[in-house]
Write a protein that binds this ligand. Structure first.
Ligand code: TXD
Length: 309
């Protein structure tokens, strides 16, 4: 099929999920790369053998080398360690910085025009690292977290109000960690702000469940972290980019003074298209949410300072 070329690095739970969704939605052909010998090839062959059943005409190749990734339009980086119970995302920083730093150099030299979607945790720090290591314009280095955190928040709202999840729009800003910022004032069910539908204490409990959304799943799975909703989230971003829709999604991007935050990667709503970030959207947040967003960005900045760049 004649379509853009997408590479997914890391053929683990999230990476394989991203590849499968890209194929089944017929968005693009995929190159799936992993360090484990045979694994990306095996998963790619298995996915292709589902094509006669699912009826997609896109194709996937698995590889342990980066040569097949040459001239990719979009690269989704999911490689690295995932959390186990008792671990915070920040605990993954040193090891994953080594992995992501190496991968970005391999990719940037072969696909200098690509857009990078970073998925590996700690997400905000890895997005900053990928931007620095790639030398790309920051518009083309975007982290995935806000779509996932907002989807979790939307699901909890749908449970509380007993409405179908697709009738809820939710917004979570900030870093992908304990300081993330659910914004109830920008979250709606059936078009109505949830602040008019749900009592304050219940909203606060849902905000906390959204902040703990990742660890809730880690504690249930015990051997790794979430991957169904994370792969959906990365593919929603990929779709907006590949189809140049301009869709507004919360993503981790470099802020250059927006929301009063300078030179820090942090989650805010942006419009996505073929050039990457088309525009950062500045919502009129409540003072409480704005303060929380600045605190969250400050934490990201402190963590980034620990990187040896
Ligand atoms: O919201 C978000 N951004 C996230 C982030 C949501 C879910 C998962 N999140 C993070 O994604 C998670 O904390 C991890 O850091 C990554 C990947 O999670 P996944 O669940 O997919 O982990 P796996 O299944 O362990 O897969 C990781 C794969 C595995 O196959 C390794 O062999 C591979 O990464 N890996 C590499 N591939 C290529 N190159 C190198 N150097 C490499 N090192 C490991």
């Amino acid at each position: 099929m004649n379509c853009p070329k997408v590479t997914v690095v890391g053929a683990g739970f999230v990476g394989a999920g991203v590849a499968q969704r890209l194929l089944e939605k017929e968005l693009t052909n995929v190159v799936l790369v992993d360090v484990v010998e045979g694994m990306p090839q095996g998963k790619a062959l298995d996915m292709m053998e589902s094509a006669p059943i699912e009826g997609f005409s896109t194709a996937i190749t698995g590889s342990n080398s980066y040569d097949e990734t040459k001239n990719s339009d979009l690269v989704v980086i999911t490689a690295g360690l995932a959390r186990k119970p008792g671990m915070s995302r920040d605990d993954l920083q040193a090891k994953n910085a080594e992995i992501v730093g190496g991968i970005v150099q391999e990719i940037a030299s072969r696909s200098p025009k690509a857009i990078l979607i970073i998925v590996t945790n700690p997400l905000d720090v890895m997005s900053y690292l990928a931007w620095k290591k790639s030398g790309f314009d920051s518009k083309r280095v975007i982290g995935m977290a806000g779509v996932l955190d907002s989807a979790r928040y939307a699901y909890f709202i749908s449970l509380e109000l007993k409405v179908p999840p697709k009738e809820v729009e939710a917004m979570v800003l900030g870093g992908h960690g304990d300081l993330m910022v659910p914004a109830p004032e920008f979250s709606k069910a059936k078009g109505k702000p949830i602040t008019e539908l749900i009592p304050k204490e219940k909203i606060e409990a849902m905000n906390q469940r959204a902040r703990d959304g990742g660890i809730e799943i880690v504690n249930l799975l015990k051997t790794g972290s979430a991957y169904y909703a994370p792969s959906s989230s990365a593919v929603a971003m990929a779709e907006a980019i590949l189809k140049d829709t301009g869709r507004i999604l919360p993503c981790c991007v470099l802020l250059k003074g927006e929301y009063g935050i300078q030179d820090t990667y942090c989650g805010v709503p942006v419009s996505l298209g073929r050039e990457g970030v088309k525009k950062v959207i500045e919502l009129k947040l409540s003072q409480e949410s704005l303060n929380a967003l600045k605190r969250s960005a400050e934490h990201v900045r402190e963590q980034c300072a620990k990187l040896s760049l």
